[in-house]
Design a protein around this ligand. Structure first.
Ligand code: SF4
Ligand code: SF4
Length: 252
């Protein structure tokens, strides 16, 4: 059975009012975590730079992704300051590699999995505080100021793309504020994108020579990614859920 499309909470007046209330409160109570690092970075400030004409996304060519390559995961970890602790139950889930094997054909595939930046994000729909939000350019983020750590979004995400920060965080990156007791996920390197850059994972994949990851504006018909999506078959993971992910896969 197909699920009906979810309403976009960002378009609901009542929700907007509640978010604006929380965000104005957050602005007054900006928390300093370390010199130069405040949680404000993922609140209203992150949204201010979003261009409503764009929808940022990725196209991942599974044929070009090597099973033994982990460059995208390493690059994300270094860029955003998270580390794996050897415990899959609690480790950060910003990006991970997944190996698949087709039951009938035996064909194997390796692919990076991260927040799919859904157009109809269940994580946003269930968040009771408005901390989980989607920018007008399609990037889904968590405002750490108003996240109460209830983890509803983790349960709602079909891709296990979110994780909870269990321990106090030290040596944070100023571009990726993290805080104990809050939920986090891939930000599509919004700090880079807002300066005209490319996510660290995509840059590192290109540097390996594999070139399995392409980033760009899905709304621009002349962009490389839009042209590739037009000319080659692709799919979103769990397209049956109708969340319309911004991350597309080809040759899967
Ligand atoms: S992949 Fe999960 S965390 Fe990311 S937007 Fe979709 S539901 Fe939310
Ligand atoms: S954990 Fe935070 S972001 Fe997730 S649903 Fe709860 S308040 Fe919202």
């Amino acid at each position: 059975m197909k699920l009906p499309a979810l309403n976009n909470k960002s378009e609901r007046p009542a929700e907007l009012n509640r978010r604006e209330f929380f965000k104005s409160g957050a602005a007054v109570a900006s928390v300093t975590l370390a010199p130069g690092v405040t949680l404000m970075a993922f609140g209203g400030e992150a949204s201010a730079n979003a261009d409503p004409g764009k929808r940022w996304g990725m196209l991942i060519d599974v044929n070009k992704c090597s099973t033994d390559c982990n460059a995208c995961v390493t690059a994300c970890s270094e860029e955003n300051g998270w580390k794996l602790d050897g415990n899959p139950e609690t480790d950060p889930q910003w990006i991970r590699k997944i190996d698949l094997k087709h039951k009938e054909t035996g064909r194997e595939a390796s692919l990076p999995m991260m927040c799919q930046h859904c157009e109809e994000p269940p994580c946003v729909d269930v968040c009771p505080t408005g901390a989980s939000f989607k920018r007008v350019d399609g990037i889904v983020l968590v405002d750490k100021h108003i996240c109460i750590g209830c983890r509803y979004c983790m349960m709602a995400c079909p891709f296990k793309a979110r994780s909870f920060v269990h321990e106090a965080v030290e040596d944070q990156k100023s571009n990726a504020p993290r805080g104990k007791g809050t939920v986090e996920s891939c930000t599509l390197c919004v700090h880079r994108v807002d300066k005209g850059g490319t996510p660290a994972c995509v840059e590192s994949c290109s540097a390996t020579g594999n070139g399995a990851m392409m980033f760009g504006d899905l709304n621009d018909p002349n962009s490389e990614i839009a042209q590739a999506l037009k000319n080659y078959p692709s799919m979103g993971l769990r397209d049956d859920l109708r969340v319309n992910p911004g991350i597309r896969y080809t040759n899967l």
